[in-house]
Design a protein around this ligand. Sequence first.
Ligand code: ATP
Ligand code: MG
Length: 166
Amino acid sequence: RWVDVPALLPGLIDEARVLSGARQHQLELEATPGLLLLGNEKELRSAFANLLFNAVHYTPEGGRISLRWSSDNQAGYLEVEDTGIGIELRHIDRLTERFYRVDNGRSKSRGGTGLGLAIVKHVLMRHEAQLRIRSTPGQGSRFTCVFPAKLLRQSLAEREHAGAGP
Ligand code: ATP
Ligand code: MG
C-alpha cells in the first residue's frame, strides 16, 4: 500500500502537542507534498509516533521539536529533531535494544519501558530502512529513518500540479 505520509503527520503533531501539554514545546512540521511511501501505514505511524513522543519526553519545557519528511535521489528521510537532553555516544549503539534505557534522571523519572526504539527498529527493518541517530548531550538529538528510493513515489495530483506551472 502507498502511504500518504504528508497526510499522516499533522495528526501526530496534534498528539505530540497534547503530550507536551503545559511544557509548551515548539512543534514544527515540514513535509514534501504528495511524497508517498510504500509500506504498512499502521506500523509506520507507530514508528514515527515513537520517535516524536520520545522527543517530547526528553526535551525540556519550551524546547523545539521538528518533524520532517523529504527525499533526494538516494532515499526518503523521516527526521525527528529536538533540542532536548541528548544522549551520550556510549549509549547510542544500544538504544534500539529491547528494554534499554539511558540511566539519567529524566529517563528514569519518566518510567517508560524501553521498547519504543526497539519497535521503531523492527518496523524499519520490515521496510528495508535504516535508523540514523545523531545526538549531543545537553543540546539535542536527531533520529532519521532512511527509506530506499524504490519505496517512494510522488502522488499523481502533485505531479500534475507541479507540471501545470505558474
Ligand atoms: P518507551 O518508549 O517504551 O515508553 P523509552 O522511551 O524509555 O520507553 P525508547 O523509546 O526505546 O524507550 O528509548 C530508549 C532510551 O533512549 C530512553 O529511555 C532515553 O534514555 C533515550 N532516548 C530516546 N529518545 C531520546 C531523545 N529524543 N532524547 C534523549 N534521549 C532519548
Ligand atoms: Mg520511548
